[in-house]
Design a binder for this molecule. Structure first.
Ligand code: FES
Length: 153
């Protein structure tokens, strides 16, 4: 029926699916795998709510075709905590009240995890610049930057 087979790991679990080739990674996660922690804001690459990690790198899942990810390792907000312990970035977001409505938070946190892995941010200005793809309509930016700085230290 025109479906394309894809095998990929999500949060350490193997999945084998057959997809319409136009399916975004975001829709694969939310609609097919029931991983709804990743949010759909704009669906056009402009808000960052859908940010996840693919092979450790942060990407907008709404702009990524799932069929291109055969063999990839995807990590979503659901996969960041390990052995019942929050990821340090998750804990820092709580400690610093780095959210209000929370809709952008999974994307903010995944983006921050990717940013820290990149190792390019040295200052609060760097964080602001390198997190600029993640929009927060509530304006929690000062607390988000403070949370990320805290983990960076
Ligand atoms: Fe992907 Fe907005 S939903 S960037």
């Amino acid at each position: 029926t025109g479906g394309v087979p894809v095998r990929l790991n999500v949060n350490g679990l193997p999945y084998s699916v057959t997809l319409d080739p136009r399916t975004s990674l975001l829709d694969l996660l939310r609609e097919h795998l029931d991983l709804t922690g990743t949010k759909k804001g704009c669906d056009q690459g402009q808000c960052g709510a859908c940010t996840v990690l693919v092979d450790g790198r942060r990407i907008n899942s709404c702009l990524t075709f799932a069929v291109m990810l055969d063999g990839a390792e995807v990590t979503t907000i659901e996969g960041l905590a390990t052995n019942g312990a929050l990821h340090p970035v998750q804990q820092a977001f709580i400690d610093h009240d780095a959210f209000q409505c929370g809709y952008c938070t999974p994307g903010q946190i995944c983006s921050a995890v990717g940013l820290l892995a990149e190792g390019r941010a040295k200052t609060a200005d760097d964080i602001r610049e390198l997190m600029s793809g993640n929009i927060c309509r509530c304006g929690a930016y000062p607390h988000i930057v403070a949370a990320i700085e805290d983990v960076m230290r």
